[in-house]
Design a protein around this ligand. Structure first.
Ligand code: TXA
Ligand code: MG
Length: 338
């Protein structure tokens, strides 16, 4: 299958891209679309025979449920039940929608089993990306959309990276430029008085704490998975990756009587290692130490190191506050091998 990339830089291009995307979605096809977090691979969430194509293109196991993206807020009550958490949901959606917050709520039967992997809950969000919103609104129905990468791999943050992941497998990528946040949405299970963070993301724990009596965190890969998709290994480059400062990694290698792998790359937070000579490639996430910038460029830089033919990537830890929690979650999962 030929994968076409549709530009959206001019109003005419945007109109054409939206038309083409909607036409394909109506025909039960999949389309890659930009969101404010990462690129998604979208299909009509109400049609199992369309949704199954997402799983095929991504080689994603059927036990991993998808997020349903709503055209507008009026759809929420048709997809999810929130009678016992009405006020909390209203406050959260008023504060964060459209935007990078996904809510897990009990579902209605309009959502097919293939979307929720048979769970009694459904994950819902409303994307803030103008191109995604335009397509979803013109289509007029909710879109199921996981990140547009092959299963377990790095999420794409630009159209070219979608083509690298899924080229030849999907008919269309709508190019909306690089994504704003660079890491996937925060996923939160909503229960009366209690929010549980299932995946750390751009909306931070601190952001959520003003809304619920209690915010608990089960997004750590060390805790037992609450969602089938909370696998320990995810966002994985092909190159082995360890999480350590370059100095620690070198010291550990020395103590074990080995040198570092001959071709080692570094994913640094603010600055290159003092002695850069042992390293074949160095990427810096944010010279000013800005966690937002670091998150926005994380996957693209990780992908660049992965494509550099290295034997090892050393990723330097970032401060684990605010967005740093989401960055460290992705790095730990990139480092996990099972
Ligand atoms: O930012 C995002 O959320 C992107 C963009 C495209 O919207 N989407 C995304 O989807 O990251 P995906 O499929 O790559 O990750 C969705 C995660 C999976 O780990 C899945 O297990 C979890 O959401 N999930 C989906 N439905 C769930 C449910 N009912 N309960 C718990 N977790 C759920
Ligand atoms: Mg994903």
């Amino acid at each position: 299958m030929e994968t076409r990339v549709a530009a959206t830089s001019t109003p005419a291009e945007l109109a054409l891209a939206v038309d083409r995307a909607v036409e394909l979605l109506r025909a039960g096809e999949v389309v890659a679309l930009p969101t404010e977090t990462v690129y998604g691979l979208a299909a009509d969430a109400t049609r199992p025979e369309a949704v199954v194509k997402i799983f095929e293109a991504k080689e994603r196991p059927l036990f991993d449920p998808l997020i349903v993206h709503l055209p507008d807020q009026s759809w929420l009550g048709r997809i999810a039940r929130h009678d016992d958490v009405m006020v909390l949901v209203e406050e959260l959606t008023a504060a964060f929608w459209p935007g990078p917050l996904t809510l897990v709520l009990p579902r209605w039967s309009l959502v097919p089993d293939i979307v929720t992997s048979g769970l009694e809950t459904v994950a819902v969000r409303m994307s803030a990306h103008p191109v995604f919103r335009e397509v979803c609104r013109a289509f007029g129905k909710p879109l199921a959309a996981p990140s547009a990468n092959r299963f377990g791999r790095i999420s794409p943050t630009c159209a070219a990276d979608v083509v690298k992941e899924l080229g030849g497998r999907i008919p269309l990528v709508v190019d909306g430029g690089p994504t704003e946040h660079g890491v996937e949405s925060t996923i939160v299970r909503v229960e009366p008085l209690l929010l549980t963070i299932l995946r750390a993301g751009p909306v931070t724990r601190e952001d959520l704490e003003t809304f619920a009596l209690s915010v608990s965190d089960s997004s750590s890969p060390l805790s037992s998975p609450q969602a089938p998709g909370q696998l320990k290994s995810h966002y994985a480059p092909r190159t082995p990756l360890i999480l350590a400062t370059p100095r620690t990694a070198a010291a550990l290698a020395l103590a074990a009587g080995k040198t570092l792998a001959p071709s080692t790359g570094v994913l640094a937070f603010r600055a290159a290692p003092k002695d850069a000579s042992p390293f074949a490639a160095i990427e810096i996430l944010s010279p000013t130490g800005d966690l937002r910038e670091a998150a926005a460029t994380l996957f693209a830089k990780l992908r660049r190191l992965d494509e550099a033919g290295l034997d090892l990537i050393i990723a330097e830890p970032v401060p684990e506050t605010g967005l740093g929690v989401a960055i460290m979650d992705r790095l730990r999962k990139a480092a996990a091998r099972e």
